[in-house]
Design a protein around this ligand. Structure first.
Ligand SMILES: CC(C)(COP(=O)(O)OP(=O)(O)OC[C@H]1O[C@@H](n2cnc3c(N)ncnc32)[C@H](O)[C@@H]1OP(=O)(O)O)[C@@H](O)C(=O)NCCC(=O)NCCS
Length: 405
């Protein structure tokens, strides 16, 4: 029985939430003792929810406040939802449902126009208006085969930084980057702190190289080796790129050139890149890069569809009246006329009717309206209007975040 769902307060409750989440997730690597210091590093205040059976905390979720870049370059306030877990003794009794409803409503009331998350199970979040909004790929470079194309221009202004001191500089370079595609999110101090904590407990070395002059860097890459047990003799030595930020194509090439200059690895794995990444195009032999995995990245849920659809830009020509319904947040329902001039509320009849999940899928431009139409995810729709929506929602680059949380 779930008797109560409320915001958690105080370090003891938050520590219990951390334990509940880790028990629910079963296989997370250890982070050391769950003490007050850890709690301060993990939880943004007043954003952690708990579900109780009597006095016992049996389920939890929390979120970080931040922003997500939308097509056209504007930033939308968002809640980055994470740490979702219900104890195995209390699943399928509506704990997660009650938690999500409370969390989504509170985020909307705080002015957050979207919630996003990364899902370890793809069967849950569609129930709450979330939808997959983009795909992320893992790219694997065969270092024996990979030769950068002649004629690429880049500088060799690369410095290796002692990895213990490197978090602040990575955070600064990340925060100052020009945003080149929708889906990029801001990273809070909590997020960076958590990376440092995880790294400290990983038992694996990691390396950070930055590009550009001291104080005005234009990119960085952080990477670590895998397969340490057989590193000396292996013919499959691999380094994994955990994070890479480049302000320009030239900075990206310089960072890739640095990775290729690391002598021992046979393989470089870029674990999360956009599906239209430049990487394969940088090499003489396109097939020196292989897509080794493709997976859903951003799960998006619009909380204020009107604010969100007004914030993004639209391409091409034509206009469509789109009606959005929302079973969980009825106040999110809206009817808007979308055109290259923007979005405006209208009383005209709708050419396309959608629930919040479908418009959330299409919002960043990573899922096409025709895909939603042809898989029964739209309500009433006019075929020509769906085509116009796809034109309006087109963006030059596919959306991608590159931030796991
Ligand atoms: C996923 C989890 C949070 C769901 O919590 P829960 O309290 O059991 O969920 P609810 O009882 O509120 O059910 C929510 C809805 O999702 C569905 N659902 C939940 N887990 C599901 C699963 N594993 N497979 C299929 N459907 C599932 C439920 O059927 C329900 O849909 P319905 O309302 O149409 O019946 C919980 O099972 C859990 O903690 N799992 C392990 C950790 C985890 O996967 N966390 C998610 C990290 S991204």
């Amino acid at each position: 029985m779930i008797s109560d769902v409320r915001l958690l307060t105080g370090k003891a409750e938050l520590a219990q939430a951390a334990r509940t989440f880790r028990t629910a997730m079963v296989g997370l690597p250890p982070l050391g003792p769950i003490d007050d210091a850890l709690i301060d590093r993990l939880f943004e205040p007043d954003r952690t929810w708990g579900a109780f059976d009597g006095e016992t905390l049996v389920g939890t979720t929390d979120s970080y406040s931040g922003r997500i870049a939308v097509p056209g370059g504007a930033w939308l306030p968002q809640a980055a939802v994470t740490h979702v877990g219900v104890l195995p003794t209390h699943t399928r009794r509506g704990a997660a449902t009650a938690l999500f409803k409370a969390q989504l409503r509170a985020a909307r009331e705080q002015g957050e126009a979207a919630a996003t998350l990364r899902a370890s199970d793809a069967r849950i979040y569609g129930n709450f208006g979330y939808a997959i909004a983009n795909t992320s790929v893992s790219l694997e470079v065969d270092t024996q085969r990979a030769r950068l194309r002649a004629g690429l221009t880049y500088t060799d202004k690369i410095r290796l930084i002692d990895s213990d001191d490197a978090w602040a500089i990575q955070a600064r370079i990340y925060a100052d980057q020009p945003v080149s595609r929708a889906g990029v999110i801001t990273r809070s101090a909590y997020w960076w702190d958590f990376q440092a904590l995880r790294q400290a407990h990983s038992g694996t070395p990691n390396y950070v190289a930055v590009h550009g002059d001291n104080g005005s860097e234009t990119g960085f890459v952080r990477y670590h080796p895998v397969g340490l047990d057989s590193w000396f003799t292996s013919s499959e030595r691999t380094i994994v790129v955990d994070d890479i930020v480049a302000y320009s194509p030239a900075a990206y090439v310089a960072l890739v050139a640095h990775l290729l200059a690391v002598d021992l690895p046979h393989r470089i794995v870029f674990w999360s890149r956009p599906a239209d990444d430049l990487l394969p195009w940088l090499f003489e032999d396109f097939r020196s890069v292989r897509v080794s995995a493709a997976r859903d990245e951003t799960w998006l849920r619009l909380l204020d569809a009107e604010k969100a659809l007004t914030a993004r830009s639209y391409a091409g020509q034509g206009s469509v009246v789109l009606e959005v319904s929302d079973a969980i947040l009825p106040e999110n329902a809206t009817r808007l006329r979308l055109s290259p001039e923007g979005a405006e509320r209208t009383n005209l009849s709708a050419a396309v009717v959608t629930d919040v999940a479908a418009v959330s899928a299409a919002y960043l431009g990573g899922v096409k309206w025709w895909q939603l139409a042809q898989t029964g995810r739209l309500g009433d729709f006019d075929r020509a209007a769906v085509e116009t929506l796809d034109t309006l929602f087109t963006a030059p680059a596919l959306p991608h975040s590159g931030t796991m949380f």
